[in-house]
Design a protein around this ligand. Structure first.
Ligand code: HEC
Ligand code: HEC
Length: 219
């Protein structure tokens, strides 16, 4: 087993235990990573259907507003889950709660495929701060035996499309990341499976979260 495979296995194992349900993804078989990132939707139809979304999230999924997340190269599975969560009110945001309502499953799959199909989000490549890097890669995170990198990958670009429940975060806007991390810590966002993210960041200080958001955003 390679280092990264064993890391991924550790991550999956832990999450499977935490969720106490079998993971919904199957290992092996399909080697077409690209196809698995975009899922069953049609990116061409999604380009048209996502016009209203592009107004805020950017034509290629690279938004310019720091509080509007980039969706470029984000896993379709994650995007679809978030939209369903906004619709159900299990994730709340005044704008996004209304956005999900008029979409059919087909349209949503197409829109998610369109954003997943874009070149993956990228930070400005500035030198990563040591504090954030240490926390992200080595951690000292509450009672968890894992670091952020276990689930989100070393640069936060996700592990593999077969584990698409762990979103791409590397290269995301810093202000958006910081808001999400604070919302998890303060239980304002509680839609992660088995509130795993809330538990992971619970004991982190403001300066820890700031350093992490900075580190992740430059990737
Ligand atoms: C008026 C601006 C606006 C429009 C239009 C808009 N969004 Fe958003 N979207 C936002 C903001 C702001 C957030 C961050 C919300 C939060 O902090 O929870 C967001 C969050 C999201 C997220 C969560 C991303 C993540 O990384 O967790 C997804 C997915 C998303 N939007 C998809 C869409 C789709 C699909 C559409 C079109 C149907 C759309 N949005 C239209 C502003 C917008
Ligand atoms: C056990 C796996 C696991 C670990 C470890 C983990 N995460 Fe997550 N993280 C997730 C999952 C799953 C989600 C998606 C939650 C959802 O479905 O809403 C997520 C979501 C996020 C988001 C929100 C992304 C977005 O676009 O809104 C951020 C930011 C994040 N994690 C940062 C971190 C940081 C920083 C660490 C380390 C301190 C970390 N994560 C550790 C599994 C993990």
């Amino acid at each position: 087993m390679t280092h990264s495979k064993s890391r991924m296995a550790a991550c999956l194992l832990t999450l499977a235990i935490l969720l106490a349900v079998p993971p919904s993804f199957a290992a092996g078989g399909n080697t077409d990573k690209f196809k698995r990132r975009t899922g069953s939707g049609d990116p061409v139809a999604g380009k048209v259907a996502s016009q209203i979304c592009q107004g805020c999230h950017g034509v290629n999924g690279n938004s310019t507003d720091e509080l509007i997340p980039k969706l470029a190269g984000q896993y379709d599975v994650y995007v679809i889950k978030q939209m369903r969560n906004y619709l159900a009110g299990t994730r709340s945001h005044e704008i996004m709660n209304n956005m999900a309502a008029p979409l059919s499953d087909r349209e949503l799959a197409d829109i998610a495929a369109y954003f997943a199909d874009q070149a993956i989000m990228k930070g400005n490549g500035a030198a990563a701060n040591e504090k954030g890097k240490n926390l992200f890669l080595k951690g000292n995170i509450s009672d968890m035996v894992m670091t952020c990198a276990y689930c989100h990958g070393e640069s936060g670009k996700g592990l593999d499309p077969s584990t698409a429940m762990y979103p791409v975060i590397g290269g995301q806007h810093k202000a958006y990341l910081l808001k999400q991390l604070r919302d998890f810590r303060e239980d304002k966002r509680v839609n992660s499976p088995n509130v795993i993210m809330n538990r992971i960041v619970k004991s982190l200080s403001d300066t820890d979260l700031e350093a992490l958001a900075e580190y992740i955003s430059v990737q």
